[in-house]
Ligand binder design. Sequence first.
Ligand code: FAD
Length: 466
Amino acid sequence: MVSSPKVEKVLRLLQRELGEEKVVLDPVHRAVYERDATTIPVETKPPAGVIFPETKEEVRRIVEVLYEEDIPMIPRGGGSCLTGGSAGLRGDEVVVSFERMNRFRIDLENATVYAEPGVITYELQKAVEKHGLFYPPDPSSYKYSTVGGNVAENAGGPRCVKYGVTRDYVLGLEGVIKYGQTFKFGAPVMKDVAGYDFTKFLVGSEGTLGLITGAILRLIPLPKERRVLLAFFDDLETVGKAVTKIMTSGVFPSALEFMDRVCIKAVNDYKNLGLPEDKAGMLLIEVDGHPLSVREEVVEVASILERLGVETKTAKTKEEEDKLWAARRALGPAISKLGTGKVNEDIVVPRSRLAEYVPAVQKLAQKYGLLCAIFGHIGDGNLHVNFIFDASNPDELKKVERAVEELFKLTVEFGGSITGEHGVGITKKPFLKLQLGEVGLELVRGVKRLFDPKNLFNPGKLVDLT
Ligand SMILES: Cc1cc2nc3c(=O)[nH]c(=O)nc-3n(C[C@H](O)[C@H](O)[C@H](O)COP(=O)(O)OP(=O)(O)OC[C@H]3O[C@@H](n4cnc5c(N)ncnc54)[C@H](O)[C@@H]3O)c2cc1C
């Protein structure tokens, strides 16, 4: 049974118009689209229906009908959101899943690619690499997350320290807003200052302003070589110093990733890597570019670290590098094995404050008696703070909630942001005011009202209108 006879009637109408296989109402199929990858416990409900458009015109028509009928919509890509952004909340929403809109067209002359929202990021990257081109944004979920989801969340990853985040590669966007109105902003050009920059503005809007149906993405030349170094630290203070020294040395690493002691052990247990478990922390440093400069830069980074008394190791083969990267990308699941519950917060602080911030977080975790694992993109100040807990114990969950609130307050006091990657969604919505203040929050509400006066695009996520 669908949540209400009215919603069911509208979905049946769309089913007749678009084709039976594009509008799904059966409860088993709907249940698959209820949740996303969020590990924080949130109450969810299965959507009233799931629609699988195949063209822009079908998306336009779907929005036109649902908007007119006051039916809320949840746009969905790979469903890998970690803040509840693609989860069902009310039971009357209709999921618009973009998985069948997965075509892309490479424009070699302009070094751009036009991608539909359902394209898997990794597939796009592999295809452009065949032409010597590079699409750098690399969330760890890149093998199953989509261009639409990455744009809606402004996703980032290890390479962002050198190459920037998804927003830096979006040159244009197409989509549908209130009542089925369509928009097309930007073009395959590097310069465009015609009025407000709605393209960049829609990046990170988390499906709350409308549905994205296409993106023009910038490509850059593929670096010819990559080398990976590992550095092992006896204390966290030296990690902070090493990061500052590397980032101010003239070498621009293509990744600068940190793992603390808990993470090193977790990833050893998960992937049997034999990393030293007696160390306080580890850095994975990657440099890329022309083979000659890469060779010089590896030597330079190693000598910076040696001068700080830090032990280093260089990956000798491509297989060794791939193994290290696979371990880094597996950190999420490796840490999940440490307990029955895990909360992963993706905070950012100015790099200069990391040396004080990391010990302050560890102290906070101790105060609540929680196991804490910290890893992340330390080169851009973006760390994943994981609190591990016993999910069957309600008292533990309460402790985690208090620890998370304190973590966000601490982060804002350090001049940082409550999210560098995962977005606001449901789980961080109560804390947005902490960062933006009342004036900032009212501006967010104002923009939401402009694009979506009936509050039907992903309602309950990012911001409430009342
Ligand atoms: C193991 C794991 C590792 C991760 N690592 C990273 C990481 O390194 N960096 C990072 O940034 N994130 C990471 N994430 C989070 C997540 O993968 C990203 O937020 C990703 O961009 C979501 O893409 P998706 O296609 O799965 O989107 P979904 O989860 O389907 O949707 C995400 C949001 O985008 C909206 N949306 C989706 N498609 C559209 C569209 N066409 N139009 C409008 N709105 C749309 C949805 O409504 C939702 O609010 C990780 C997640 C997991 C599970």
